[in-house]
Design a protein around this ligand. Structure first.
Ligand code: PEP
Ligand code: MG
Length: 449
């Protein structure tokens, strides 16, 4: 929540972790795996050692008010799933949280990365009052919309979120992570019909705006057990994203066919985006395959683009702009790879800094090259959904941001507070070596966040 600090919650045991997803929740805790005895019903804060993206995707999320993990990193894919659904999350909170008694009343602050355990009496009252104020403020911000200097698009993980997407005023979907539909399947991988049904559902739910389908991004911390992929020492540098798709036509072709069929049959305004691209030839090969599928199905042509998330792609982006229809900077992976800092290592959770000057300079250079060549450059990942991060990205020349629907109001509010002059000041500081803490406080005070 912007503008006020969490209250002193007297009597609580404070566990400091790392901010994963913003939001303030007061609820009893439950542990995963579930402890002895039937779990209490109702909304709860789920505590686990770590969560994989498949765990998060498989959980019944209707009663989960927040996540807290003792390990994990703030931009892990499990957190990205929580982020897209607006579930506040704290990671790397240490083993102490595993000992919080089942059912104990706690407050979780995803903005500061803190779990307040053992709330009772006046401490609990203070936490509840703070949460209610935060909700009221969020509603006020959601109601107001001003002039936004960049296009806001949403990221959703299921078609049922489309109505919220429209209500939040997003211009379509900037990232639909297709692999999340099928993660954790043990027995088989999705076939063409399953992809097709999923894409038709999205096309029908968002008929009037562009939908960017991110083609399968399996690998890294996203395992698909049915594929039986060999274990890797360094999976984030290994067989991931488009690298895997190009080697596995049995995965790639059904997905492409399903996307083009849905575009043909429903008039879907799909754009296809390829993840984990290093070499321009990977993109041209993927694009060639896509065009062959399109011709065979007599389907309309779809814009094809790449995620700029590998430093090699960012540094050689002047080669990519000759071939692609659009670029989208994946700030989570770009930060991980530029800083050589794992997204999933709790011990490094404080070091993975998406506002590091190496990241901001890279974003600036990609945005400039895109603009000079008439190729739109958007940004997605956690930084785009952080009000400060969104303003910094806009100052660096990114013209569209992809944000999880629950965080769109905050991002819109921050962007509405900026003008050309403040954006120039912010850009100069972002490209300077003053450090991200300084940059964050400058943006916060300049825009009154
Ligand atoms: C990113 O890397 O920033 C991104 C949006 O993709 P993901 O987090 O799914 O890797
Ligand atoms: Mg990525």
């Amino acid at each position: 929540m912007t503008g006020s600090n969490p209250p002193l919650m007297l009597g609580s045991a404070v566990h400091h972790g790392v901010a994963g997803t913003r939001g303030f929740v007061v609820a009893p805790v439950r542990h995963l795996p579930t402890r002895v005895g039937p779990p209490a019903g109702g909304p709860h804060i789920l505590i686990a050692r770590d969560l994989t993206p498949a765990d998060t995707a498989a959980l019944d999320l209707t009663e989960i008010a927040a996540f807290c993990t003792s390990a994990g990193g703030p931009t892990s894919h499990a957190v990205q799933v929580a982020y897209s659904l607006g579930i506040p999350t704290v990671v790397a909170a240490g083993d102490g949280v595993l000992a919080v008694p089942e059912g104990q009343m706690c407050a979780l602050d995803g903005g500061t990365g803190t779990l307040y355990a053992g709330l009772a009496g006046s401490g609990l009252d203070a936490a509840t009052a703070y949460r209610d104020r935060a909700l009221a403020q969020a509603r006020v911000r959601a109601a107001g919309a001003g002039d936004v200097p960049v296009t806001l698009t949403g990221t959703i993980t299921r078609a049922s979120q489309a109505a919220e997407l429209r209500a939040a005023g997003a211009h379509g979907i900037g990232l639909f992570a297709t692999e999340l539909l099928f993660l954790g399947r043990e027995q088989d991988v999705a076939d063409e019909e399953q992809h097709y049904r999923a894409y038709r559902a999205i096309a029908r739910a968002v008929p009037d705006a562009p939908v960017t389908l991110r083609m399968l991004d399996i690998g890294g911390d996203k395992d698909m057990p049915a594929l039986n992929l060999p274990r890797e020492d360094n999976s984030f540098l290994g067989m991931r994203g488009l690298r895997l798709s190009l080697r596995r036509p049995d995965l790639f072709l059904p997905q492409l066919r399903a996307a083009y069929r849905a575009a043909r049959d429903d008039g879907a305004r799909f754009r296809l985006m390829f993840p984990m691209v290093t070499h321009v030839e990977e993109f041209t090969q993927a694009a060639q395959t896509a065009r062959e599928v399109q011709a065979e199905l007599a389907a309309p042509s779809l814009p094809l683009g790449v995620m700029v998330e590998v430093p090699a792609c960012a540094l050689a982006v002047d080669r990519f702009v000759e071939h692609v229809d659009f670029l989208s900077i994946g700030t989570n992976d770009l930060a991980q790879y530029l800083l050589a800092t794992s997204r999933t290592n709790a011990a490094l959770a404080h070091d993975i800094d998406p506002l590091h000057v190496a990241v901001t300079r890279t974003v600036r250079s990609v945005a400039k090259t895109g603009a000079a060549n008439g190729v739109a450059v958007s940004a997605c990942g956690g930084l785009a959904g952080d009000p400060v991060g969104a303003v910094v990205l806009a100052s660096l020349g990114v013209t569209a941001l992809t944000v999880a629907v629950p965080y769109l109001p905050d991002v819109r509010d921050a962007l509405c507070r900026a003008d050309a002059s403040s954006l120039r000041t912010i850009r100069d500081h972002a490209l300077d070596t003053g450090g991200s803490r300084h940059l964050r406080s400058l943006v916060t005070s300049l825009l009154g966040l």
